[in-house]
Design a protein around this ligand. Structure first.
Ligand SMILES: Cc1cc2nc3c(=O)[nH]c(=O)nc-3n(C[C@H](O)[C@H](O)[C@H](O)COP(=O)(O)OP(=O)(O)OC[C@H]3O[C@@H](n4cnc5c(N)ncnc54)[C@H](O)[C@@H]3O)c2cc1C
Length: 380
């Protein structure tokens, strides 16, 4: 797809690929084994300026675009899905503050881009996941402060975050029209972090529950309009779903590369297994779907960069890419035979890591609902 990218994008991709090959991929097995936040790798990505790729230069960013951020994500996730996931968090947080924050909030962007100030986002609750509007965490106004009460679940970076963008009800009776986003510094009294979640894959991202036990924050910590955060979150999903799609794509690409190399090397019945048509066909389907996914992602990213709404395109990219990645990484594991089931081979980790991409940033059932609604609207 080289011809498809601009000169800038090709250059950034080379930088990201080199960083991924030199720093990310060699660390991936240890991150998976130790399940500890990979701060050094995270800071190495920050040092290269990668967290600011889609942010305008005037805001301290690199001044490129969402499409280029997707390219970087693919390369980083090709080295490690977990590091790709980690890469998404500061990129999205910086953009969110840039779009919705006050001048004071925007002062945090520099620290996020440098990898020194670690952000997290807390929407999901133990009893309310897909049904975001049903959340019960509240932020009650008290003079010049808000007081937050409730528990958030699955907060990526929860254990290491310095600041959390918490989505909470400021008008509990108003459904999705009563949600606000409030920045909470994790050092504040009443912020209680749970134990690190013990997960199937994507290790090292310090997910945990966070309870806000009457946490008092200044009213100035409100990001965006009061009661207006549901719309902000949904808009944010457009970009974040492209990032998640690119992450799954990078992992699928890595699995295909491993499968092709393995199939050419491994011999059964007197010839490389690549020469058996059943194996060839699995690889042919991988190559086809990986290319299709890349095109869907970049179609959506170009629309996004041109300022168009992309609820449909982002959902299509996320659904197609994460489903195809799960299928083809499983097939890549199959091509490795018994070795695919061993931790000695990268495909085993990819198989576990990629599964998450069908679950978060809106499950793939939710993506189908979004697509169906948009199709219904288009043909009404
Ligand atoms: C590792 C990890 C990291 C995460 N990081 C974050 C984070 O940083 N911040 C954050 O806020 N959240 C985070 N999440 C939460 C994630 O976004 C949610 O898990 C996800 O939105 C699904 O919510 P749920 O788990 O409550 O599942 P549920 O909403 O309970 O869904 C359960 C099942 O029911 C299906 N379902 C639900 N409603 C419908 C419907 N209307 N129609 C059809 N099917 C439906 C779902 O698709 C799913 O298959 C993370 C989750 C994980 C596992």
């Amino acid at each position: 797809m080289d011809h498809f990218y601009s000169d800038d994008q090709r250059m950034v991709r080379e930088t990201a690929r080199k960083l991924s090959d030199d720093i990310v991929a060699p660390a991936a097995a240890a991150i998976d084994r130790d399940d500890v936040f990979p701060r050094a790798v995270y800071e190495a990505l920050a040092e290269q300026g990668l967290f600011g790729i889609p942010l305008p230069e005037a805001a301290g960013g690199v001044g490129l675009d969402a499409a280029t951020a997707c390219i970087v994500m693919e390369e980083v996730a090709r080295g490690s899905g977990a590091v790709g996931n980690a890469f998404a968090i500061p990129v999205e947080a910086a953009l969110f503050l840039h779009h919705h924050g006050t001048a004071d909030h925007k002062k945090l962007i520099a620290g996020i881009l440098e990898g020194k100030l670690i952000p997290a986002t807390a929407v999901t609750e133990p009893d309310h996941g897909s049904d975001v509007a049903a959340m019960t965490t509240t932020a009650r106004r008290d003079g010049d402060d808000y007081i937050l009460k409730g528990t958030k679940a699955w907060v990526t970076f929860g254990q290491v975050a310095d600041v959390v963008m918490v989505f909470a009800k400021t008008d509990p009776d108003a459904g999705h029209r009563g949600i606000s986003c409030i920045l909470v510094e994790t050092e504040r009294p009443g912020v209680i972090r749970g134990k690190s979640e013990d997960l199937l894959g994507m290790h090292g991202l310090a997910e945990c529950m966070i309870t806000f036990d009457d946490v008092r924050v200044p009213a100035g910590n409100l990001i965006g309009p009061e009661h207006g955060a549901f719309k902000m979150a949904m808009e944010n999903f457009n970009f974040s779903r492209l990032m998640m799609s690119s992450m799954a794509l990078g992992m699928a690409q890595a699995a295909m590369e491993d499968a092709v190399a393995y199939a050419q090397d491994r011999k059964q019945f007197g010839k490389p297994i690549f020469e058996h048509q059943a194996v060839q066909f699995m690889i042919a389907d991988m190559a086809k779907d990986i290319t299709a996914a890349r095109l869907l992602i970049h179609h959506a990213a170009r629309l996004y960069d041109a300022g168009h709404p992309i609820a449909l395109e982002a959902a299509q990219a996320k659904l197609f890419t994460t489903d195809m990645a799960q299928v083809h990484i499983s097939n890549a594991l199959q091509i490795h035979g018994g070795n695919g089931y061993s931790r000695e081979f990268r495909v085993e980790r990819l198989f576990r890591d990629v599964r998450l991409s069908q679950i978060y940033e809106g499950t793939n059932q939710i993506q189908r609902m979004i697509i169906a609604r948009q199709v219904q609207k288009a043909y009404a």
